[in-house]
Write a protein that binds this ligand. Structure first.
Ligand SMILES: C[S@@+](CC[C@H](N)C(=O)[O-])C[C@H]1O[C@@H](n2cnc3c(N)ncnc32)[C@H](O)[C@@H]1O
Length: 175
């Protein structure tokens, strides 16, 4: 569901996602067949600690109800930062079913090299937000528009672990 919503909101770019469970990836691909076929969505098996993408590829990154199961949180956040453009925005969303605590989240994001880390409360849960520091920029970068706004490099978004189901069954890769 999240991937479908993101794919609709990204204009002129694409949405990529990874999960180490083949069942999760297959379910997400099945729900997004047309978008996958038209290359607006790219879903792969993979781990957040070793994302199969080049440095500075994505303008935004999202992980939904996922960070609490990663084996190494800071390593995962660092690799998300690596694949994001300078000034890119990261969001970690949590509903109550995740049992994730808000405590320490901004510190974790800061430890992973992100800036402006803070938590925003919402009715359905909360979201930790942060920015990729612009000190690593190779040129001038302006953040404009919303999540689907004009991009500095390539308008794209990587929803790490956004998937169509809450099931974690199926073969898992070696994360
Ligand atoms: C609780 S589920 C959440 C799935 C989905 N985002 C949702 O909200 O329904 C957590 C997901 O994290 C995935 N996962 C576990 N370890 C991971 C890792 N190291 N890197 C990426 N994904 C991982 C699991 O396979 C599972 O699909």
């Amino acid at each position: 569901m999240g991937i479908e919503l993101l794919a609709r909101s990204v204009l002129g770019g694409y949405v990529a996602g990874v999960d180490p469970s083949d069942e999760m990836v297959e379910q997400a691909r099945a729900r997004n067949v047309k978008a996958v076929e038209s290359s607006r969505v790219d879903l792969r098996y993979g781990c957040v600690e070793r994302l199969p993408f080049e440095d500075h590829t994505f303008t935004n990154a999202l992980a939904m109800n996922a960070m609490h199961v990663w084996p190494d949180t800071v390593a995962g956040l660092r690799d998300m930062r690596r694949v994001m453009t300078p000034g890119g925005r990261m969001a970690l969303g949590f509903t109550s079913y995740s049992w994730q605590s808000k405590d320490g989240l901004p510190a974790m994001l800061t430890a992973a090299g992100l800036t402006e880390a803070h938590v925003v409360e919402a009715e359905a849960g909360f979201c930790a937000l942060a920015i990729t520091p612009s000190s690593t920029m190779m040129g001038e970068c302006h953040l404009t528009g919303g999540w689907s706004g004009p991009a500095w490099k390539r308008s794209a978004m990587i929803p790490v672990l956004v998937a169509a189901s809450r099931s974690t069954a199926g073969r898992e890769t070696d994360c």
